[in-house]
Design a protein around this ligand. Structure first.
Ligand SMILES: Nc1nc2c([nH]c(=O)n2[C@H]2C[C@H](O)[C@@H](COP(=O)(O)OP(=O)(O)OP(=O)(O)O)O2)c(=O)[nH]1
Length: 126
């Protein structure tokens, strides 16, 4: 099982979503930016590091939502979501194909990584 953090980053009533590239696993799926927790790393340090590495922006964490465990055909993940706010920096993607800023009600229209569906539901119910 791999432990992965992800962030729902809010700014001006919108949330940033990213699309995985053709070359990553779960190709072309949309997700919240984030990544694997490294050895001896806290969840909070992980998500801040990943957002800096993948998007090149700074965030401040607001809250933690419920972790989701999901079994893909070839691996299992525990996905740990945070709500965060954008602080500064201009988005510059290092791995993903594209990003978008969407309002909460428009998040449903994307082809999401399966594990994110439950997170999306919880977030939209808040
Ligand atoms: N970042 C992120 N990964 C997700 C989400 N939903 C989901 O199923 N995943 C999966 C995709 C990947 O298999 C895994 C995250 O691994 P990754 O490969 O993107 O993370 P990483 O950058 O730390 O890993 P690596 O490239 O260094 O190996 O979790 C999500 O919302 N955000």
């Amino acid at each position: 099982m791999i432990n992965v953090t992800c962030a729902i980053i809010e700014h001006n009533e919108k949330i940033v979503v990213v699309q995985r590239s053709e070359f990553m696993n779960l190709p072309l799926k949309w997700e919240f930016p984030g990544g694997k927790i490294e050895n001896n790393e806290t969840e909070e340090a992980c998500i801040k590091r990943e957002i800096k590495e993948e998007l090149n922006i700074e965030i401040e964490l607001i809250s933690r939502l419920s972790p989701v465990t999901y079994k893909y055909p070839s691996f299992e993940i525990k996905l740990i979501p945070f709500i965060a706010k954008y602080i500064n920096g201009e988005i510059n993607l290092s791995e993903h194909k594209q990003f978008d800023w969407l309002t909460k009600d428009r998040l449903n229209n994307l082809d999401w990584a399966e594990a994110d569906i439950a997170i999306l539901k919880e977030y939209q119910s808040l």
